[in-house]
Ligand binder design. Structure first.
Ligand SMILES: C[S@@+](CC[C@H](N)C(=O)[O-])C[C@H]1O[C@@H](n2cnc3c(N)ncnc32)[C@H](O)[C@@H]1O
Length: 291
C-alpha cells in the first residue's frame, strides 16, 4: 500500500493531470482536487471501476492509488450509480465557478466527493448543501462530510426540496426540462449547471460512450436580473434525475438534439412565447432559444 505521504504526491499529480485534460487553468480547483482524498468518499476497497462496454472491473487491491485516474467509481454498481468522471467535473465545476463565501446547492451529491471539492472552493465563509435522493447514499455522504463544517447533507428529492437561495446550483443527474424549484432559487449572478438527457443517455452498454454522451447536453445557465443566459458546455451520459423527467419533454429534447444547433443556444425563457425560428427547444411555459 502507498503511504499517506506518497498518496499526497499522487493526488497533486492527479489534480494537475485532470485539469490539464480539459484545459482548465484554475489554481483553487486544482488545490481542491489535490486536497480531497477520493478514497474517503468511495466506500471500502477494492473498488469497482466503470469500464463502459466492459461494465465494472475491480481494482487489484484496496490501495487508494487506483482511485487517482480519470475513471468513474461504482458507488452502487448494481444500479450503475457512480462517482463521476473527475475531468468532466473539473470542467463543469470550473464553469460553475464557486467562489469563497458563496452558497452552492449540489443536487445528486452521491457519497459527497464533489460536494467536498466545492466546499473546499467556497471555504469557511461559504457553504454547500448536498441533496441526495437515495437514503443510503445520503447517509454515506453525511458521514463522509462530517468533518466539514460548511457542508449540510439533505436526504430528499432535489426537484422539489426547498433550499436557501444559491449562487451555484450544481445538478448531477439528467433532467428532461429546466426545473422551476431551481430557477426560482438562483441568486442574481448565480450559475446553474443543468444536464439535459434523453432516455438513451445512460443504461445500454451496447452503445458506445460517444453514442450515450451525444444524448445528453450540459447547459450553463446564468441569471442576470430577470434574464437567464444559456450556453452548451458539454455532452454527458448520466443517470436520470428522479422527479425531473416526463415523456413529452423527453421526446422534444431528443428531437432538438437530433436537429443540432445546440451550440447556438443563448437564452432560457420562462415562457414559451418565442418565435419558432428563434426556438431550439420549447416546453410548456419555457423555451431554450438562439436569442
Ligand atoms: C450520477 S450519480 C452522481 C453522484 C455524485 N455526484 C458523484 O459523482 O459521486 C447521480 C446521483 O443523483 C441522485 N439523484 C437522482 N435524482 C435525484 C433527485 N431528484 N434529487 C437528489 N438526488 C438525486 C442519485 O441517487 C445519484 O446518487
Amino acid at each position: 500500500m502507498m503511504t499517506e505521504a506518497e498518496l499526497a504526491v499522487v493526488r497533486r499529480a492527479f489534480a494537475m493531470q485532470i485539469l490539464a485534460a480539459v484545459g482548465v487553468d484554475n489554481p483553487p480547483l486544482e488545490a481542491a482536487y489535490a486536497a480531497v482524498p477520493r478514497e474517503n468518499f468511495s466506500g471500502q476497497g477494492p473498488w469497482q471501476i466503470f469500464r463502459w462496454r466492459m461494465a465494472y472491473r475491480p481494482t487489484p487491491t484496496a490501495d487508494p492509488v487506483y482511485l487517482y485516474t480519470d475513471d468513474l467509481v461504482g458507488l452502487i454498481p448494481e444500479r450503475r450509480v457512480n462517482n463521476g468522471q473527475p475531468s468532466l467535473h473539473a470542467h463543469l465545476i470550473n464553469q460553475a465557478a464557486p467562489k469563497k463565501g458563496e452558497h452552492v446547492v449540489h443536487v445528486g451529491t452521491g457519497a459527497g466527493y464533489y460536494t467536498a471539492i466545492m466546499a473546499h472552493l467556497v471555504g469557511a465563509t461559504g457553504r454547500v448543501t448536498g441533496i441526495e435522493f437515495d437514503a443510503e447514499l445520503a447517509r454515506r455522504a453525511r458521514a463522509n462530510c462530517a468533518g466539514a463544517k460548511n457542508v449540510e447533507i439533505v436526504e430528499g428529492d432535489g426537484a422539489v426540496a426547498p433550499f436557501a437561495t444559491a449562487d451555484v446550483i450544481y445538478v448531477n443527474a439528467g433532467v428532461t426540462r429546466p426545473i422551476d424549484n431551481w430557477l426560482d432559487r438562483l441568486n442574481d449572478g448565480g450559475r446553474m449547471i443543468l444536464p439535459l438527457t434523453t432516455d438513451q443517455a445512460f443504461g445500454d452498454l451496447n452503445r458506445t460512450p460517444n453514442q450515450m454522451i451525444n444524448q445528453g447536453a450540459v447547459l450553463r445557465i446564468e441569471k442576470k436580473g430577470g434574464d437567464y443566459f444559456a450556453k452548451w458546455i458539454s455532452g454527458v451520459a448520466i443517470i436520470p434525475c428522479a422527479g425531473a423527467r416526463d415523456e413529452e419533454s423527453e421526446r422534444a429534447l431528443a428531437k432538438a438534439l437530433a436537429g443540432g444547433r445546440l451550440n447556438e443556444v443563448t437564452r432560457l425563457y420562462r415562457h414559451d412565447n418565442v418565435a419558432d425560428d428563434d426556438c431550439w427547444l420549447r416546453g410548456a411555459g419555457w423555451c431554450l432559444a438562439y436569442r
